[in-house]
Design a protein around this ligand. Structure first.
Ligand code: ARG
Length: 372
């Protein structure tokens, strides 16, 4: 791990080529104002920006050393938050997941031609606990034990088991990774931000037998709740996730970290607010080969990734497409933004795709009209 001072990191970043939100928003003035500040957990500016200074190809380039970092270092976090989430003020509405018994989402891809799987996840932190750069081994262990206890409250479809990473056989790990259920320890952006310190202590994964509901413990965030399944029934996926969150809040002793202006608190500022990422794995060869592909996604507030998670390449011609904005709108609005965006993506793909049949076109057009 680097022992370079925060000044040296900043001096390098200042003169380097980088398109990160950190580089775009940090100024000499802001840097001077923040460089000697400390949070309650002794979090420093270095803890927040080290990963982004080392990895000049970062998207955001900044993480919170602990929950209080968002206030202590607001001089840099706030401009980045506004820039990323495209909001004018740093504020967030109260949670609103919509009426889960009356969602009316429909099937995202009735033709079954484009979308292979659908997933919705949120991040949650345990209030009053440090994030990775300031967490000690004992904090990781304590968090894991609280999480394990909390995850015991589920019944029915959500009922599952917790599998700690320590002691997990290599075969089991490989199997889970290959099926895209388990996280890796390979992301340099996270590694340089202390996310893998004390690995694998305190890390683990919970899932139900069908692996349609999963919880990551002590990965990037304290907790990540994930609902996923093959196909494109977003309503079923979303309802399962919201039911799980309601159950945990009602029945367990976990208290989720929440901020009046930032919503639910996460390690990365890109996830603040709703923390919600609703995604599909989608095959869109015609649109993806257009020069305007990325502009098209940007216009619809969508983000594209490889199918193996953040900072991975795409495999075959399948992309992971999700809502980009998470703060400044409610959960149900974030999901609806994704639905409208995916609808636009499908409409554009079928417009470009000469091989699509008339009947398929009509099915899609009907769906898009119903969603927007
Ligand atoms: N720090 C990385 C970057 O700036 C990650 C950004 C969002 N992804 C995440 N896993 N939080 O590019």
């Amino acid at each position: 791990m680097s022992t370079i001072s925060v000044e040296d990191h900043w001096n390098r970043l200042k003169h380097a080529q980088s398109t990160s939100f950190l580089k775009r928003n940090m100024t000499e003035l802001i840097f001077r104002e923040l460089k000697d500040k400390l949070t309650y957990f002794n979090g420093t500016l270095l803890d927040c920006i080290q990963g982004g200074c080392i990895n000049l190809d970062s998207g955001c380039g900044i993480y919170a050393s602990d929950p209080e970092a968002y206030d202590v270092f607001s001089g840099i976090f706030h401009p980045i938050i506004k820039d990323y989430h495209k909001v004018d003020t740093v504020s967030h509405p109260n949670p609103d997941f919509g009426d889960i018994n009356n969602l009316g989402f429909g099937d995202l891809d009735p033709t079954k031609r484009y979308i292979t799987s659908t997933r919705v996840r949120v991040g949650r932190s345990q209030a009053g606990f440090p994030f990775h750069p300031t967490a000690k081994l004992k904090d990781r262990v304590e968090l894991e034990s609280r999480a394990k206890e909390a995850l015991d409250v589920f019944s029915g479809e959500l009922d599952g088991s917790y599998y700690p990473l320590s002691g997990m056989s290599r075969e089991k790990q490989t199997e889970l990774i290959e099926e895209h259920y388990l996280y890796l320890q390979e992301n340099r952006f996270l590694g340089d931000a202390h996310v893998y310190d004390d690995w694998p202590v305190g890390r683990g994964i919970f899932y139900n037998p069908d692996k349609t509901f999963l919880v990551w413990v002590n990965e990037e965030d304290h907790l990540r709740f994930i609902s996923m399944q093959k196909g494109s029934d977003l309503g079923a996926v979303y309802k399962r996730l919201v039911t799980a969150l309601n159950t945990i809040e009602e029945k367990s002793s976990l208290k989720f970290g929440h901020h009046s202006k930032l919503g639910y608190l996460t390690f990365c500022p890109s996830n603040l607010g709703t923390t919600l990422r609703a995604s599909v794995h989608i095959r869109i060869p015609c649109l993806a080969s257009q020069p305007y592909f990325h502009d098209f996604l940007e216009k619809h507030h969508l983000q594209v990734r490889g199918v193996n998670g953040v900072h991975t390449e795409m495999i075959g011609d399948i992309y992971d497409i999700s809502n980009k904005r998470r703060l400044g709108l409610t959960e149900i609005q974030a999901v609806r933004e994704m639905i409208a965006g995916v609808g636009a993506v499908l409409a554009e793909e079928q417009r470009l795709d000469g091989s699509i049949t008339h009947a398929e076109k009509q099915t899609l057009e009907g769906r898009v009209a119903a969603e927007t």
